[in-house]
Design a protein around this ligand. Structure first.
Ligand SMILES: [Zn+2]
Length: 236
């Protein structure tokens, strides 16, 4: 009887899934494959990086000589007009929080499988200005970082850093000017929370790296033991 009920339950689930398929997280067009987040095509095309298993990768190379990182990784490669851009745009501007949640869960499980990425003591998001949080409803890096923290069982602490000035576009400025410009807009609020600890800084996407570099420099004002960086995507 019990077996029959579970059989009926499975068939009902299949029928439900056929009638009302959840849409793929990436393209929002095709139905998801069962028990996955993406449709078959996006699942196949998802540009995962090798950053969780390779120490000398695009992210660590990008910051070499600028900041000393224990490790750096992006889950995906970012390209214009791609499914990754589509997802990040949704997360940032269309209240698609689930993108950050799912990417955090996937990044967290890749982290757990990684033999080179040491377990951090604390996860800290790159902050966005409070006015932007009000407009968007959330900080996208917080959504991602919190999901990573749930997956790997490491505390997540918001507001270790805060952004006190709203920044305009950084395009066209030199790297030094960009870093100097963004460094003064961050404040290290809770140095005691990260002192002596291995901090994992999380962000949605790394492009020039100026924001991440500035956040790391701020955190180094106290005696952090190590800093690592994890982002959803890297446009490097
Ligand atoms: Zn898709």
């Amino acid at each position: 009887m019990k077996q029959k009920m579970s059989h009926i339950k499975t068939s009902m689930h299949d029928l439900w899934h056929t009638l009302f398929p959840d849409l793929c997280l990436a393209c929002l067009k095709m139905p998801k494959t069962r028990d996955a987040y993406f449709c078959i095509e996006c699942l196949h095309d998802m540009p995962y990086t090798d950053h969780f298993i390779i120490k000398d990768n695009n992210v660590t190379r990008h910051f070499k000589g600028r900041i000393s990182l224990h490790h750096g990784a992006a889950l995906l490669r970012y390209r214009e007009e791609s499914i990754v851009q589509n997802m990040l745009h949704g997360l940032k501007y269309k209240k698609r929080k689930e993108v950050g949640e799912v990417m955090g869960a996937i990044a967290g499980s890749k982290f757990l499988d990684s033999s080179i990425f040491l377990r951090p003591d604390i996860i800290v998001p790159v902050p966005v200005h409070h006015k932007k949080v009000l407009r968007r409803g959330y900080n996208q890096s917080t959504i991602f970082g919190y999901a990573v923290s749930e997956q790997i069982g490491v505390p997540f602490v918001e507001d270790v850093l805060t952004k006190v000035v709203e920044t305009k576009s950084q395009t066209g400025k030199s790297r030094t000017a960009r870093v100097a410009n963004v460094e003064e807009v961050f404040v290290l609020n809770k140095p005691a929370d990260i002192s002596g600890k291995h901090v994992l800084l999380v962000d949605d996407v790394v492009t020039t790296g100026a924001t991440i570099e500035a956040c790391c420099l701020k955190m180094q004002e106290t005696n952090v033991s190590k800093i690592s960086v994890l982002t959803i995507a890297a446009a490097l």
